[in-house]
Design a protein around this ligand. Structure first.
Ligand code: AMP
Ligand code: GLY
Length: 425
């Protein structure tokens, strides 16, 4: 089978490595891929993940049997709709279903209409009305741009003046362009956060092992928000009892709501949850695998990934048992110094000659220059270890992270500490 995987980060590397475990997979093209992915797939650096016309032309001319569209942008732009139109089976939602991530207003209204627990909110398309509303609001409060904003469109304001500044940044300075035509202003929630990625064919759902992201740049959850500096799985806060509550009050109602709205969701639906004192609530939906959640979740998957993805496409997921390994996984992100703000690129990367069998390097932001790997992005590599215990997985991931070097290498040193505290008390 010939497969294309759209995207070029650590998440796509993890998907590709897992797909390769199926012996029927003969060739994987990564569009665009990256320097490290080139060891596992044929990369096509000239086709970006948002070049939908070029992706469709490529698929049409390379005898492609299956496509996996991983990032949010091509999903929102209708990449799956276009590939389906030329008869290529895909894993990923169509553009209508992808609105669950690409429009926060759509997602919030869906939850309100169908009684799915989430933060109370108001929607505004006029900055003057938003500013007037804030005069009588309680703080902290959360201001969110409606559309995609590279994970940066959520501003938590501790005071009226910060909230006013957030509205102005999004709606008047248009920091996120058209994504800020509308905003959601919502109640600030508290509690542990859990990421649950789930395979779904629109009706059947198979939640994956839960995980915990570390979004802030600095140790102790300080500093700016990033795409994610590390992850662990499973998330010890997510007990079987809470999982059942989420299934009954969030997961199944969301799928049913999407069906009633005429946009059944097929693909990986990511539930960003907060376990509040009033029970689990949805912070956000994503229409795709998380990054770097995928780098700790897929290594624990026992069932063949391609089989699951085809069952999602064929709407036969209900017939499939999806199995997970016991134990834990941890991923430590190695970033370029200065990320998520200014950072330099083009630094030579030195990798160890060999790694322990339970450790995998997922390449996120690098490229090949004269046959040598150099940095090309903010998040450069994810170092994942799987082990019987979280403590061991963290020790192994950090030991391997020490063996990778590039000028300006930056990492958090406390990935998994909160999870260990929750586990070990
Ligand atoms: P998002 O991009 O929607 O995932 O938001 C980024 C981060 O902002 C989340 O991971 C939360 O930590 C935080 N956040 C978003 N919405 C809320 C909320 N209503 N209450 C508290 N924190 C929030
Ligand atoms: N790690 C958060 C996300 O993928 O959105």
């Amino acid at each position: 089978m010939n497969i294309i995987v759209v995207g070029g980060g650590g998440r796509e590397h993890a998907i590709i490595k897992k797909l390769k475990e199926n012996p029927a997979v003969t060739l994987i093209y990564a569009l665009p891929g990256n320097g490290g992915i080139a060891a596992d797939a044929v990369c096509v650096p000239e086709i970006g993940a948002k070049d939908i016309d070029a992706i469709v032309d490529f698929a049409a001319s390379h005898a492609i049997d299956f496509a996996v569209v991983a990032p949010d942008d091509p999903l929102a732009l209708g990449c799956v709709d276009r590939l389906h139109a030329i008869g290529i089976p895909c894993f990923g939602p169509d553009a209508k279903a992808a609105r669950i991530e690409s429009s926060k207003v759509f997602a919030k209204n869906l939850m309100k209409q169908y009684g799915i627990p989430t933060a109370r909110y108001e929607v505004f398309d006029d900055p003057a009305q938003a500013l007037a509303y804030l005069q009588s609001a309680a703080f902290p409060i959360v201001v969110k741009a409606d559309g995609l904003a590279l994970g940066k469109g959520v501003l938590i304001a501790n005071s009226l003046s910060e909230a006013e500044a957030a509205v102005k940044t999004i709606m008047e300075d248009r920091a996120f362009g058209d994504s800020g035509n509308e905003i959601v202003i919502e109640e600030f929630l508290t509690g542990p956060e859990v990421s649950v990625l789930a395979f779904t064919d629109g009706t059947a759902i198979r939640p994956m092992v839960s995980s915990m992201d570390h979004k802030r740049a600095g140790d102790g959850d300080t500093g700016l928000n990033t795409g994610g500096m590390g992850t662990v799985a499973p998330n010890p806060c997510y007990t079987p009892e809470i999982a059942q509550v989420c299934m009954d009050t969030i997961f199944l109602p969301t799928l049913a709501a999407m069906r009633v709205e005429g946009c059944p969701f097929q693909g990986c639906l990511y539930f960003g949850l907060m376990l509040t004192p009033d029970g689990p609530k949805v912070i956000e939906y994503n229409c795709r695998f998380g990054d770097p959640e995928t780098q700790v979740v897929l290594p624990l998957l026992k069932t063949d990934l391609l089989t699951i993805m085809r069952a999602v496409e064929n709407k036969t997921l209900g017939d499939l048992t999806v199995e997970w390994q016991d134990g834990a996984a941890a991923c430590v992100i190695l970033a370029s110094g200065g990320y998520p703000e200014h950072y330099e690129k083009g630094k030579a990367i030195s990798l160890p000659a060999a790694l322990p069998e339970n450790v995998t390097l997922y390449h996120a932001g690098d490229k090949l220059e004269d046959g040598k790997l150099v940095t090309s992005g903010g998040r450069v590599l994810g170092v994942t270890a799987a082990a019987p215990t979280l403590r061991q997985a963290l020790a192994d991931a950090y030991a391997a992270a020490d063996l990778v070097d590039f000028d300006g290498k930056y990492l958090r040193h406390d990935i998994g500490q909160r999870a260990l505290a929750a586990l070990e008390g």
